[in-house]
Design a protein around this ligand. Sequence first.
Ligand code: SAM
Ligand code: SF4
Length: 333
Amino acid sequence: MLDACGRDITYLRVSVTDRCDFRCRYCMAEHMRFAPRAEVLGLEELDRLCAVFVRLGVRKLRLTGGEPLVRRGVGDLIRSLGGHLASGALDELTLTTNGANLARHAAALAACGVRRVNVSLDTLRPEVFRSVTRRGELSDVLAGIAAARRAGLTVKINTVVLAGINEDEIADLLGWAHGQGMDLVLIEVMPLGEVDPWGGDRLVPLSLVRARLAARFGLTDIPYTTGGPARWVRVAETGGRLGFIAPRSHDFCRTCNRVRLTCTGRLYLCLGRESAVELAPLLRGSESDEALCGAIRAAVLRKPTGHDFALGTAGAGSAGHPALARHMSVTGG
Ligand code: SAM
Ligand code: SF4
């Protein structure tokens, strides 16, 4: 599926639920309004939609959320999607998780053909973890990571860098992740959705984080890529890889190969834009996939050339105002 700029859309991220067992302060408000259950697609419907995308040329599927592992029956969906790996139609099936329920699911994920998972972890301090997630327990996530590794999954750690919260802990997280052979990716906090006031914008430009780390570690740019927006360096002292995802200070749209599907069947062509296409009526309106295929192809042709986040620290998204009304938990990052 080529878009109008010639970008080949081969990567679909699917938010299988907008619900979550955490309420991370940068992602959700304490009291969230979730999608009405009647609008949430059934697992068979999601499975069918994913199959259509695979038929149209998607080679990589990432399940996300909300928290994908809190959706009841998600294991059945993953097993079914794993069939596309077995047939060779799909190169990779993976997921992004908060890790709290990973211990229970790790072995089954591996059996379905999942090889890698991203686990979000912003701190190794239990009390900070409780405060950031509002209801998570660090020990559950650490147990989940250990179980995933035992099951043979490659684990990558995603950390959102937060001013005054964990910015002083990045070197420790780096040592911990690399000490176990895990890549670490640092993410700049993005202005998505009304979240409860939390002392204003927590943005720490990753250029600053990198400069601080460079005072302690040897960082060398490497051409490594997972096809995503991260810029990678090798850390001399640990031998490990460190990625930086800096949407607000670095424009990575030129090579974007991804689109996003929500649990209600809404297709977003860009994380940083409001425009979307509703696929649920087409999915539910016909047993044939023809109209669905046409709508997806037409939508991809309209994929925006670039996102709408404030670049730098001024403009929309600063001063506590979200650049977009939609929460990250709707599209899954
Ligand atoms: N619940 C899963 C998790 O936390 O990994 C998957 C969904 S979560 C929305 C996906 C990723 O988005 C996580 O790594 C999370 O840290 C990140 N995220 C959420 N809100 C964000 C924000 N406002 N800015 C930057 N990253 C954000
Ligand atoms: Fe839940 Fe993930 Fe959002 Fe945290 S970042 S509230 S774990 S969806």
